[in-house]
Design a protein around this ligand. Structure first.
Ligand code: HEC
Length: 118
């Protein structure tokens, strides 16, 4: 397990396609149920929570280095490789799509964010 290299990767991921007004095309066919299950099974939030506290969700910063759908998917892909999760490409997309829906919401107006979310 080597998440330090996973982190430094986020600086390397370039600018991706710009987001449209709704769900980015990249995530439109994603299997959200699959993504939710993979996030649970791979204990993503548990590790993030150890780092940032609470439920770990504040580790996701839509205005940080990860600021396009492509960069988000790229980060999940890189982390999957570094953490040896062995995810298939469509699983990477599914995980990224759930993070998009619940946290990043690229291309979706702030008014559409869930009231309880940050
Ligand atoms: C072993 C611990 C660990 C595990 C397991 C882990 N992460 Fe992370 N993750 C981190 C740390 C630490 C950071 C970066 C924190 C920082 O930049 O300060 C991070 C950052 C991220 C980011 C970038 C956040 C941003 O906006 O900058 C994403 C996306 C992410 N992780 C997704 C995942 C997903 C999806 C999984 C499960 C498949 C996962 N991580 C599993 C430790 C982990």
């Amino acid at each position: 397990m080597n998440w330090l290299t996973c982190l430094s990767a986020s600086a390397l991921i370039g600018v991706g396609a710009s987001a449209g007004a709704q769900t980015p095309k990249l995530f439109r066919d994603a299997d959200l149920k699959l993504g939710e299950r993979l996030i649970r099974e791979n204990r993503c939030s548990e590790c993030h929570a150890r780092k940032v506290g609470a439920d770990g969700s504040s580790i996701y910063r839509p205005n940080g280095k990860i600021n396009t759908p492509a960069a988000l998917r790229g980060m999940v892909d890189y982390c999957s490789t570094e953490l040896n999760l062995g995810l298939f490409p469509e699983e990477v997309t599914a995980v990224a799509a759930v993070l998009q829906r619940d946290h990043y919401r690229f291309g979706i107006s702030p008014a559409a964010r869930p009231a309880s979310g940050r």
